[in-house]
Structures are given as C-alpha cells and as structure tokens.
Design a protein. Structure first.
Length: 309
C-alpha cells in the first residue's frame, strides 16, 4: 500500500468524523420551525462553507449536495493517480446533473452554475459547450460514460443513470450490489410508476439486472426475476407505490456496509468508498431535513424523513 493511499485513507476517515451532521443533527434541523430557521442552523454546521447566498429549498439542497463533491475533490488531492477512476465514478452524479442542466438550458431554461468537477470531470469540459442533444451524446460517447442512447432528454438521463451504475460497479467491486440495487429501483420506477415501455429502456446498459426481468408484466414478477444482488432493495415492498420505502432501504444498507468498510484497519479503496458513501448519505439526510422544515405540516413529509434517518 503506497503512502498516498494511506494518507488519503486517513483523510477520508477524518472527513467522516468532522464533516457530517449525523442522524441526531438532522433531526434537530428538521425540527426547525421554518426553512429560514433551518438555514440559520445549518450555517453553524460543517455545511456552512457551501451555503453562500442560497435561500430557497432547491438552492440550499444543491449547496448541501455540492459539499460532498468538494470533499471528493479534496480526497483526489491526497490519493494516488490510480484512485482517479474510482473518484470520478463516485462523482458521476454531479456530471450527470451538469449534463441535464445543459439540456434544460438548450430547451430554454435559465442557465445554472455547474458543479465544479475539476479533475473529477470525465466528459463535462466538452459537454459544457454542446449546442444540442446530439452533441451531448457525442461528448459522452467518447468518454467512460459511453453513449447513453435516447432521442429525448428524459431518455438520455435514464441512460446516464444506468451508465453511472455500471461505472460504479466496475470501479468499486465492493459496491456492485449497491449499483445493481440502484439500477433495479430506477428501472422499476420507470416501468411501473412512469409507465415507460420496456422497449424504450437502453437494455445493453441494464446488464446488472440480468435478463429475465424484461418480460415481467407486473412489479411482483419483475422483483422475482431479478438476481439477488439487484433484488434486495425490493424485499418486502408491497408494490410500485412503495418504492420510496425501497429507496430508504437501499440507503440504510449502503450506510451499514459503508460503516463496515470504514471500520477496516486496512487503508485503500474500500476505506475511500466507505467514507464517500457515508458523506453522501449524510447530505441526503440533511436535504430531507430541510424539506421537512420547509414543508412543515404537509402530509407524508415527516414519514419520508423518518424513513431516511
């Protein structure tokens, strides 16, 4: 194990200790009487550096998400060059968000400041100047994303999410069941909530799910046809209407396994993966707490937050 891996692993552990709010902190944030009060409280936490002038729920949640990217970039500075593929895969969601923001801009939406990826960018430097969906696809196809397919922004976004699951599984075998479970949740939502015909799915990108599921006519048959490595988030889920519970289950298991990875005394990729997952889970929990404070009294919000913590 190189000195850079050891130093990066130590730094990853410190980030988990120093830069998370934790379940108790998130509950305290959710108890704030209003969103401004929650933002003020957040300004006294490790998330304060990214808040800036954010005031709306969407702005503050984006700032919370950006904090994890900052920490991944920080780790990239400590770790050796051969860790870059792992970190780029773990940061893939941010590049995906930038691509979707670019598509929205091309369709007439206001431009949003992109997430600053630095060395963790894969396709964004080229994609940032794309003037059409076709140019974006070309930029992605020439990178480790591969061609996500799709003739519409929605289809391209779906292909990107499935490509992200593939990339994470390839770069971090320890997270292969996380990636497969996430892909199963995504495909289940598209088929049984959105109502997307199976023929419109980018089937070559769904290899993590095996092949038997594509002929399933119902949610239950879909879940039964998945390999165990992908089916686990759906265990005990009554139907497609309860997929939000399956997503909560996914995060709970990821957190549990990430803690075990971090508890290992061996420095290396597993330590970095575990720390990154715990930082992302904390940001998700904080975002859910902010939503509770902003939508106090709205039916179902507290229930979703309770599942998140």
């Amino acid at each position: 194990m190189s000195a850079a891996w050891i130093a990066g692993s130590v730094r990853a552990r410190l980030l988990v200790v120093e830069r998370r709010l934790g379940a108790a902190g998130a509950r305290s944030l959710a108890a704030a009487p209003s969103l401004p009060a929650a933002i003020a409280a957040l300004g006294r936490t490790p998330y304060r550096r990214e808040l800036g002038s954010a005031r709306s729920l969407a702005e503050v949640q984006r700032a919370v998400a950006a904090k994890v990217l900052v920490e991944l970039r920080l780790l990239a500075g400590w770790l050796p060059g051969d860790a870059l593929g792992l970190l780029r895969a773990l940061a893939g969601w941010y590049e995906l968000a930038n691509v979707e923001d670019r598509l929205a801009y091309l369709a007439g939406a206001p431009a949003r400041p992109p997430f600053e990826l630095g060395s963790l960018a894969v396709a964004w430097p080229r994609a940032s100047g794309a003037q059409s969906l076709e140019e974006l696809r070309a930029a992605l196809a020439s990178s480790s994303w591969g061609d996500p397919g799709g003739e519409t922004p929605t289809e391209l976004g779906l292909g990107l999410r499935l490509a992200l699951a593939r990339r994470v599984a390839a770069e971090a075998p320890e997270a292969s069941s996380w990636a497969a479970g996430a892909a199963a949740l995504l495909v289940a939502r598209e088929l049984y909530v959105v109502g997307l015909p199976v023929e419109l799915l980018p089937l070559p990108a769904v290899r993590l799910l095996g092949s038997g599921w594509s002929a399933a006519a119902t949610f239950d048959r879909f879940a039964a046809a998945l390999p165990p490595a992908a089916a686990w988030p759906l265990d005990g889920v009554a139907g497609a209407g309860s997929l939000w519970r399956a997503e909560a289950h996914w995060w709970q298991r990821v957190e549990q396994e990430a803690r075990r990875l971090l508890a290992s005394q061996v420095a290396g990729r597993a330590t970095v993966l575990g720390a990154s997952a715990l930082l992302a889970a904390d940001a998700r929990r904080v975002s859910a707490a902010l939503a509770v404070a902003a939508r106090r009294g709205l039916s179902g919000v507290e229930e979703v937050f309770d599942a998140a913590v």
